[in-house]
Design a protein around this ligand. Structure first.
Ligand SMILES: [Zn+2]
Ligand SMILES: [Zn+2]
Length: 329
């Protein structure tokens, strides 16, 4: 099989002939039909996350069909369509796993980071961490749900019940969460790179009541804000735009340094918190919500061998919605 291999920080991914992996006891071999391109993939290839697997195949939004099963797999059959998320495996035994917080597991494996992912024709995944995908989404449309949607939804749940919601950074996650939040009766305020009118218009089309530049104030103080952009300087801006008692949720895995800011921005019981990874329960909740709303994902397709171009476009903010890689038939 062919896969896009990440070897060295700063070098393009390399399309390589790889050995077809064999599924172990609880694993499934998946023929990849689509794999989303996530900002985390950029952080990995840019060397911003520590210790990726050597000779790594990135990609953790995999949609495909089961081609072979390990002998302990009973939940799926050959030909079933499954989705593989970022959380590739947990230990099941640490204090976090045992208290319903498997997203914080002490010895996890992450798809496309510490184990091989889906920038390839085939991938192997632990079946216990795979999802059945709602039939109404095509393969490419389903892919962004698996990280942008799923970790976006966890971030959204952390904002609480407030009606006035801000979203900083309007990429793949925001374009999904805006639709769900609007459906829930939230008033979404979308913040983009200053001057990015086309993304602001995109946000309004998806249900945002207001869209503007990230350094501007919204027309009302927000109950909560989510920051999806990996930009630390957005934290004081989001605090400034948030009402007393509000929460600012950082949804990304990496962020540039946070500049110092006056304590009064945080005072009055404002909260800053981060979100890490996902639980399988998050996945079930998001897939259920996405099917119910229903969410319409906006995808830009790239052939597998153009993974580098997809990453470049994501880096320069040129992707509207989500980029998705599609292997050859
Ligand atoms: Zn654990
Ligand atoms: Zn991701």
């Amino acid at each position: 099989m062919k896969g896009m291999l990440f070897d060295v920080v700063g070098q393009p991914l390399r399309l390589t002939e790889c050995r077809l992996p064999e599924p172990l006891e609880n694993e499934v071999l998946i023929k990849v039909l689509a794999c989303g391109v996530c900002r985390t993939d950029l952080h990995i290839v840019d060397g911003e996350l520590p210790e990726p697997k050597p000779r790594l195949i990135p990609g953790h939004e995999i949609v495909g069909t089961v081609a072979a099963l390990g002998r302990n797999v009973h939940a799926f059959e050959r030909g079933d369509r499954v989705g593989v998320p970022w959380l590739g495996r947990t230990c099941g035994a640490c204090a976090y796993c045992l208290s319903g917080r498997e997203n914080l597991c002490d010895s996890p494996l992450f798809t496309g980071y510490t184990r091989d992912g889906g920038y390839a024709e085939y991938a192997v995944a632990d079946s216990r961490f795979c999802f059945s995908m709602p039939a109404q989404f095509s393969d490419a449309e389903a892919a962004p749900l698996l990280c942008a949607g799923l970790i976006g939804y966890r971030s959204y749940r952390m904002t609480g019940e407030g009606r006035l919601l801000g979203i900083y950074g309007f990429g793949a996650a925001a374009h999904i969460i805006t639709q769900i939040a609007a459906h829930d009766g939230r008033e979404v305020h979308a913040f983009t790179r200053p001057g990015d009118i086309s993304t602001q218009n995109f946000a309004k089309r998806l249900g945002a009541v207001w869209a503007g530049d990230s350094d501007s104030m919204p027309p009302v103080l927000l109950d909560a804000a989510i920051i999806f952009a990996p930009v630390g300087s957005l934290i004081p801006l989001a605090l400034r735009a948030t009402a007393k008692g509000g929460v600012v949720v950082c949804g990304g895995i990496h962020m540039s340094d946070i500049p110092s800011f006056p304590y009064r921005l945080l005072w009055e019981e404002r909260v800053i918190r981060s979100v890490a990874n996902l639980t399988r329960e998050d996945g079930r909740m998001l897939l259920d919500a996405a099917a119910r709303v229903p969410v319409r994902t906006s995808v830009q397709l790239f052939p597998l061998d153009q993974a580098n171009q997809a990453l470049d476009q994501l880096r320069s903010g040129k992707v509207e919605g989500a980029a998705v890689l599609v292997p050859p038939d």
